[in-house]
Design a protein around this ligand. Structure first.
Ligand SMILES: NC(=O)c1ccc[n+]([C@@H]2O[C@H](COP(=O)([O-])OP(=O)(O)OC[C@H]3O[C@@H](n4cnc5c(N)ncnc54)[C@H](O)[C@@H]3O)[C@@H](O)[C@H]2O)c1
Ligand SMILES: N[C@@H](CCO)C(=O)O
Ligand code: NA
Length: 914
């Protein structure tokens, strides 16, 4: 009887009768059966609630007139239930690689509580390759195919013996032996012909799936669940295309599926992946799209509730975890995002797999069979993502990927603007050499077209372009065809980039801050993807920079600490106590990747454990090497922002700042040597700093943690004019003269200052006035004066004979001079005065001075205590009353605290929230 059925939504049937002719009920979920008025067309309707997600109906048209026959036939055909009650699973070769794993898969599908399940399996791992190898041997007239076929037999036989018993085992083995015999005959034919047709090949290789599906269905039946297995060559009909792909014929496949189901009614079906049939019933395969595609097509045919693809990774990562070890598993992706990600090598799903399920809005879930606790990644419609406005900018970008080994081609010339057909000419030439264009960008001025091709194709592309545009080049209408080799593409993928302002700004900002130059940019109007081209050598750093900007705590900084002495060690302890809070409350992730002293250094790839760094330095430390240290901090980890914190007093270390900044390493230091060293070098450093996005902070060089540098910079940047800066700049000298009040000898007080950690490593740097002079120089230069240290007359408090002794000898012999000091103090006291060591930056007269002076006891400088510094800024705005900063200006805690503040300032410059 002529009878055609089709699955399509019923929206366009004007003649549809609204009155059901016959009402049927569950179990087949068919509710009504309607005869269309005056037509031989019937409609079988279903209750959409019962059917789950999908509300489309079956339409059965017929040319026959015998209603009862028609109804019966229609009913038989329509017994295939469809909709959300179906759950599809797909298990790849590794998931069914051994008997234990097949058992495990059986357990997983049995546990799935869905009402109906269809499970697609690949061949056991390596089997498909073994099958291709059989063909290769046979058609090469190598009779070892017989032995190789035995190995295939053995593999499946032993797996079956492991898994099955009794009749199940016997039935499987009977079928296996029969198949092997058939294969032997076919391989023999191939051997004789010395050639295998495509359909022969497809027939042979498809056996791996037939066996694994039978094995798995027997395993499921063992647990008492009724289960049938499906040879998908009976159901899936596909048409070949010109490009080693196939197009499913959904209509015909559905017909065959319904027919298959009417004979094999079951709520648990194990189906073969990969294999299918042509409309002419010739065995074929789904080619490279494989079993994932089978699962997706079955999902679409059944309008399933979900398709789960089981694999050996936890889901789709936000970036290649081999390149970005902070990559995270994405919880949800839209179909389009998954598509983009898979193009960029997130090797989880082939893009074609997404097409069939998209149509029915069926979510695909990627899950790890070896880690059942991981929820996996769900690929679904964006509508299922919740409210866009509630989500931070970061969530609009899902993943990042790079493609390396590309070259940029730039065709440039004034003769291109407004000339239709130029692009056609360019890409025509590229097509002629068979090169694949990966990205295209053209600014609207039309003076240049830029595109990326694989590096290996660029030579041919250039030659083709040069020949095609010979005349234009000679005439100067095209000025150049330039090749920029060694490029990489970095792509950011995310569907909501379209509706979220600021995403590209954030992306470009992250790249700028990591000191990465962008060579070209492309973004399609769909905005699923922003692509930038960077230098090959920057590719991984760029990937990490953008990934950490969107995914890590917003600001992750890799730090290298040089000089774990008093200040350095105190800083490390402060970091130890504060990093967790910073991460949690402020999204700042500080990682100390290395610590180096002058003899040993401690390096770490993930971050030094700050609770035990002292011990680790002893046990795991290696010989200090500043270059290696720098390379490690900058290169050998996954964090793009790096800072070196110099806690030494060493000029040699300071001489590296310029190079570090040039390489994009931020520098923070309490060391005064760079800013008070030769002016030329200072200028070079500051100029570089101002030109780049790389930061150089040195608040603790003057007044330790007191806000001196930042106050001065604030005044200057807001347009105030500095007239004079005057103050007590030495914590050590302040302490000494505050405490040298008659009770104790001068040398004793000096020792106290040293013990309190106020002095420089060599206390003579303080007592000679040099340390104060350095601070005066630093502030003078900050205020715009071009002074050298030698321009400042310094009154030294170090006795001439002790100048060239060791620091220890100096301290030892200092008591000899106590009497002189007592005398000076008493003379001052006799006139109601105190001694204070002061520094002055006289901006008006462009000079600096450093000297010991007497002040009346009422003077503010006489009121200090401890290691107090006091600094008075006289400016145009603060002329009558100076702006005064006062407080402890030396000591481990306050100095390390000042350095820490600079680190946090850096974090906020890099985008940390305030
Ligand atoms: N102590 C303070 O109150 C204070 C205040 C402001 C600024 N500062 C500055 O802080 C810095 C450190 O002072 P400190 O008191 O901690 O000194 P420190 O002598 O205790 O520590 C310096 C450390 O640097 C190491 N070091 C020296 N040269 C090195 C090199 N080339 N490579 C690696 N390590 C090297 C030393 O071995 C030592 O461990 C100095 O520049 C000082 O001017 C100190
Ligand atoms: N030795 C210095 C440390 C602060 O720079 C002082 O005493 O002021
Ligand atoms: Na300071």
């Amino acid at each position: 009887m002529a009878f055609a059925s089709s699955v399509s939504p019923s929206y366009s049937f004007p003649n549809l009768s609204s009155k059901p002719r016959k009402i049927l009920t569950a179990p087949n979920k068919i509710h009504h059966f309607t005869l269309l008025q005056n037509t031989p067309i019937f409609r079988i309707g279903c209750d959409s609630k019962l059917r789950g997600r999908n509300s489309s109906n079956y339409n059965i048209s017929a040319s026959a007139t015998t209603t009862d026959t028609l109804i019966n036939e229609a009913l038989e055909k329509a017994q295939l239930p469809k909709g959300g009650t179906w759950s599809i699973h797909k298990f790849g070769g590794t998931c069914v690689g051994t008997s234990e794993r097949i058992q495990n898969v059986g357990d997983i599908v049995v546990k799935d509580e869905s009402e109906r399940k269809l499970v697609v399996v690949s061949a056991m791992s390596k089997v498909t390759d073994m099958m291709y190898d059989l063909i290769f041997r046979a058609q090469s007239r190598d009779d070892s195919y017989i032995i190789a076929l035995d190995a295939v037999l053995e593999k499946h036989k032993s797996t079956a013996i492991d898994l099955l018993q009794g009749d199940d085992l016997a039935n499987f083995l009977t079928r296996l032996h029969k198949d092997i015999n058939d294969l032997k005959a076919m391989l023999r034919a191939i051997y004789v012909a010395g050639h295998a047709t495509e359909s022969f090949t497809d027939f042979v290789v498809g056996h791996g799936e037939l066996w694994s599906a039978q094995l798995l269905s027997a395993v499921v039946r063992k647990s008492g669940i009724e289960c049938s297995w499906m040879d998908t060559r009976d159901v899936l009909v596909v048409n070949p295309t010109s490009t080693n792909q196939v197009d499913p014929d959904y209509l015909e496949s559905n017909n065959r599926l319904e027919k298959w189901y009417s004979k094999n009614k079951s709520d648990m079906i194990i189906a073969t992946g990969f294999i299918a049939t042509t409309p002419q019933n010739i065995p074929t395969t789904l080619k490279r799209d494989g079993s994932d595609f089978s699962a997706a097509i079955m999902g679409a045919l059944l309008e399933a509730g979900q398709v789960t693809i089981w694999t050996d990774v936890d889901g789709v990562y936000s970036a290649d975890p081999r390149k970005v070890n902070e990559a995270v598993i994405l919880e949800k992706l839209s179909y389009q995002e998954a598509w983009e990600m898979s193009y960029f090598g997130a090797n989880v799903l082939h893009p074609r797999t997404i097409i069939p399920v998209m149509k029915y809005d069926i979510p695909i879930v990627i899950r790890n069979i070896f880690n059942l606790s991981a929820p996996g990644t769900m690929i679904c419609q964006t509508g299922d993502f919740g409210n866009v406005d509630d989500q931070p900018v970061g969530s609009s970008v899902k993943g990042f990927a790079t493609i390396d080994n590309l070259a940029l081609v730039n065709v440039e010339g004034t003769g291109m603007a407004g000339v239709p057909g130029t692009a056609n000419e360019i890409f025509g030439a590229v097509k002629d050499v068979g090169a694949n264009v990966i990205m295209i960008s053209q600014a609207s001025s039309e003076h240049s077209v830029c595109f990326a091709v694989p590096e290996k194709e660029v030579k041919a592309v250039r030659a083709a372009l040069e020949s095609r545009f010979r005349q234009a080049l000679d005439a100067g209408r095209i000025s150049q065809i330039a090749i920029i080799p060694n490029c990489s593409i970095l792509a950011a993928v995310g569907q909501k980039m379209a509706s979220t302002p600021g995403v590209s700004a954030t992306l470009f900002n992250a790249l700028a801050k990591a000191n990465i130059n962008i060579r070209a940019i492309a973004q399609g109007c769909s905005e699923y993807n922003i692509t930038v081209v960077v230098k090959r050598e920057d590719s991984i750093r760029a990937l990490r920079a953008v990934h950490s900007r969107f995914y890590l705590s917003r600001t992750t900084i890799a730090m290298g600490i040089i000089g774990p002495g008093l200040i350095g060690a105190t800083l490390l302890d402060q970091l130890r106590d504060q990093t967790a809070v910073l991460k949690e409350k402020f999204n700042i992730d500080l990682r100390v990747m290395g610590i180096t002293g002058s003899k040993t250094m401690l390096l770490s790839d993930t971050g030094v454990d700050l609770a035990i760094w002292r011990d680790d330095q002893k046990t795991k430390g290696e010989k200090a090497d500043l270059q290696k240290f720098e390379n490690h901090i900058r290169g050998n980890h996954f964090i793009p922002n790096t800072v070196i914190v110099d806690c030494t007093a060493d000029s040699y270390v300071a001489s590296h700042y310029h190079e570090w900044l040039r390489r994009g390493i931020h520098v923070i230091t309490p060391n005064k040597k760079a800013n008070s060293g030769p002016f030329e070098q200072y200028l070079k450093l500051r100029t570089l700093q101002r030109q780049s996005y790389t930061h150089y902070f040195y608040e603790a060089t003057v007044g330790a943690g007191l806000p001196i540098i930042s106050t001065l910079q604030g005044l200057l940047e807001t347009g105030d004019k500095i007239l004079r800066i005057e103050g007590i700049f030495s914590g050590t000298l302040s302490y000494i003269f505050n405490n040298f009040a008659g009770e104790r000898a001068f040398s004793e007080v000096v020792k106290e200052a040293k013990d309190a950690g106020y002095t420089e490593p060599d206390p003579r740097d303080d007592l000679s006035g040099t340390d104060v002079a350095r601070k005066v120089i630093i502030l003078a230069r900050e205020s715009g004066l071009k002074l050298e240290l030698s321009d400042i007359p310094i009154q030294s408090l170090v006795p001439e004979p002790l100048k060239d002794r060791s620091p220890e000898e100096y301290m030892h012999q200092l008591p000899q001079y106590d009497q002189d000091w007592s005398k000076q103090r008493q003379e001052a006291e006799a006139t109601g005065e105190v001694l204070r060591y002061v520094g002055v930056v006289d901006v008006v007269n462009k000079k600096g001075t450093v000297e010991l002076r007497r002040y009346k006891k009422e003077h503010p400088f006489a009121q200090l205590s401890g290691s107090d510094n006091i600094i008075a800024f006289s400016t145009q705005r603060y002329e009558k009353q100076p702006l005064i900063v006062r407080g402890p200006g030396a000591g481990a805690e306050v100095t390390a605290g000042g350095v820490f503040c600079d680190i946090l300032r850096l974090a906020s410059y890099l985008g940390a929230p305030s």
